[in-house]
Design a protein around this ligand. Structure first.
Ligand SMILES: Nc1ncnc2c1ncn2[C@@H]1O[C@H](COP(=O)(O)OP(=O)(O)OP(=O)(O)O)[C@@H](O)[C@H]1O
Ligand SMILES: O=P(O)(O)OC[C@H]1O[C@H](OP(=O)(O)OP(=O)(O)O)[C@H](O)[C@@H]1O
Length: 231
């Protein structure tokens, strides 16, 4: 643990440590992990009517910001936040060299998969021999198909990918799958798994080198993750 004086030095040199968390579905699982690592947001964080995006915490030196899942990686890569929690899907999609993901938190487990209609459909648009894929993950999707010698045209969507095949937008989708319920409910079947996904603690590499509080945070989260694994 960083000593109080080194924390104060870092505080006066760098200002508060900014920790980015995703607004969406990882958050419920992330909060108990953060709590065990000594990062508890002020009560306004839990107030659904509160429109603030930045919150103080029980750790005087740290603030929490709440952003969209994909933006957690961007804030941390650009040093606008020193650390955060995000899915490995997002880390791999951006592949920012400035990001370091030292701790697998063992939460947010799912997989990124290719899926297609259970029943072949007649496509309204495009050439059927041309592979068009609807996804929120164009970089991972292009890389996956390129490695197999297939050129895929990616149509970037931000949600509801499962509608793409039935509406004729794209023959396949690449999306996150957990229970498989969303695929089943929309007449799709999973054909290939691109990667297994879990949420990670991420830190900005430069901040880790210069700000002792970041290394301390990594130690605290690592201890929590190891305890969870051992339990
Ligand atoms: N079905 C799932 N099961 C477990 N984890 C998931 C699942 N879907 C997504 N995740 C994890 O949660 C993260 C956020 O999920 P998602 O992209 O669905 O965000 P969201 O909650 O819809 O937020 P946003 O509106 O910012 O896109 C993903 O990057 C992934 O790591
Ligand atoms: O296999 P399942 O357990 O059904 O989970 C898969 C669904 O979960 C995610 O969506 P989410 O619910 O986060 O909504 P989104 O479409 O806004 O991303 C993902 O995009 C799938 O649609």
């Amino acid at each position: 643990m960083a000593s109080p004086s080194s924390t104060q030095d870092a505080q006066s040199r760098f200002g508060p440590l900014i920790f980015a968390v995703p607004k969406g579905r990882i958050l419920d699982e992330a909060l108990p992990v953060m709590e065990r690592a000594g990062l508890v947001p002020e009560s306004a964080f839990y107030d659904k009517l509160d429109r603030s995006l930045s919150f103080s915490t029980t750790d005087d030196a740290a603030h929490i910001i709440r952003v969209r899942a994909f933006d957690v990686a961007t804030f941390v890569a650009f040093g606008a936040a020193q650390a955060g929690i995000v899915g490995s899907d997002v880390i791999e999609e951006f592949d920012y060299p400035e990001l370091y993901a030292p701790v697998d938190l063992g939460i947010g487990a799912c997989r990124l998969s290719v899926a297609e209609p259970r029943q072949p459909v007649e496509y309204k648009y495009g050439n059927p021999s041309h592979l068009r894929v609807a996804t929120k993950y164009p970089a991972l999707t292009s890389r996956f198909f390129e490695e197999r010698g297939i050129q895929a045209e990616c149509v970037k969507l931000n949600g509801a990918m499962e509608l793409a095949p039935s509406s004729g937008l794209a023959g396949r989708i690449v999306d996150l799958v957990s229970t498989g319920q969303t695929l089943r409910s929309n007449g799709l079947v999973e054909t290939e798994v691109i990667m297994q996904v879990s949420a990670r603690l991420i830190v900005n590499r430069a901040a880790l080198k210069t700000d002792r509080r970041v290394a301390d945070l990594v130690d605290r989260f690592r201890a929590v993750a190891e305890n969870r694994k051992a339990a």
